[in-house]
Ligand binder design. Structure first.
Ligand code: KIV
Ligand code: NA
Length: 266
């Protein structure tokens, strides 16, 4: 299959074709998502919560991200692989951002990077873009700032906050960002950002009037009992895995596994 590239994202927006994005953290699942035709696989710093049992994304390190990005990059034939830059690895200045981003491309095979924050990161976006690294911005609720934001809360409810959000999105687009993720933003606000930008918006908890959607795969697949209000469980993979595991354990205890067909003759 033909690889998804950043210019396809812009084309999709122009044609009104929704962009599909899903998180992935390993080769096994990335292969499935790629075969299923997802356009962009995001190796999110949500790996901290989802895979490593942390309660936030704040402790996630570059050393944890790189092997995950490498696993996903190795597994896909079509999807664009987008790597999150973890908290503390890019904010200080454009150079720090550039150094972390180059690791994601050189050591791990990512095609683009994403990081959280507004207009104050314009120079970061500019340097990476000039250097040939596509950047996806991330606005609205930005989990790495949850200590300042006061928890997991919808952003852009007041008129001031909406103005700031639109200004941030325009500044980052002007700096060269290829797309913007909007997380937990009121649907009409996300629609307005989508209208003013030439680059695509990808929503999560941002309503339907955006250019694409992203979800954490475990929320989408019903891997866990709880999932956020903005996610739909499109399957019950957690229950299926539980049932398979029960059946395996029972078969071993009853000695119905392994059978002749699983055994080697002398
Ligand atoms: O890390 C992540 O999974 C993300 C998405 C929720 C956009 O940043
Ligand atoms: Na993230």
């Amino acid at each position: 299959p033909k690889r998804v590239r950043v210019h396809h994202l812009r084309q999709a927006k122009e044609r009104g074709e929704p962009i599909t994005m899903l998180t992935a953290y390993d080769a096994v699942t990335a292969r499935i998502f790629d075969e299923a035709g997802i356009d962009v696989l995001l190796v999110g710093d949500s790996i901290g919560n989802v895979m490593h049992g942390r309660s936030t994304t704040i402790p996630v390190t570059v050393e944890e991200m790189v092997p995950a990005v490498r696993a996903v990059s190795s597994a896909v034939d079509r999807a664009l692989v987008l790597a999150d830059l973890p908290f503390g690895s890019y904010e200080a200045d454009p150079r720090q951002c550039f150094e972390t981003a180059t690791r994601m491309l050189k050591d791990a095979g990512a095609h683009a990077v994403k990081f959280e924050g507004g207009a104050h990161l314009s120079e970061h976006v500019e340097l990476l873009t000039r250097s040939g690294i596509p950047v996806v911005a991330h606005l609205g609720f930005t989990p790495q700032s949850e200590n300042l934001l006061g928890g997991k809360r919808v952003q852009g409810r007041t008129e001031d906050a909406v103005e700031r959000l639109v200004g941030d999105a325009l500044a980052l687009a002007e700096a060269g960002a290829v797309a913007v993720v909007l997380e937990m933003v009121p649907a009409p606000v996300a629609a307005r950002v989508t209208e003013v930008l030439d680059i695509p918006t990808i929503g999560i908890g941002a309503g339907a009037d955006v250019d694409g959607q992203v979800l954490v795969w475990t929320d989408m697949a019903g891997m866990t009992a709880w999932s956020p209000r903005f996610a739909r469980q499109f399957g019950q993979v957690g229950t299926e895995l539980y049932n398979a595991t029960r059946a395996y354990g029972q078969a071993v205890r009853e000695r119905t596994f392994p059978g002749e067909e699983h055994s080697f003759a002398q």
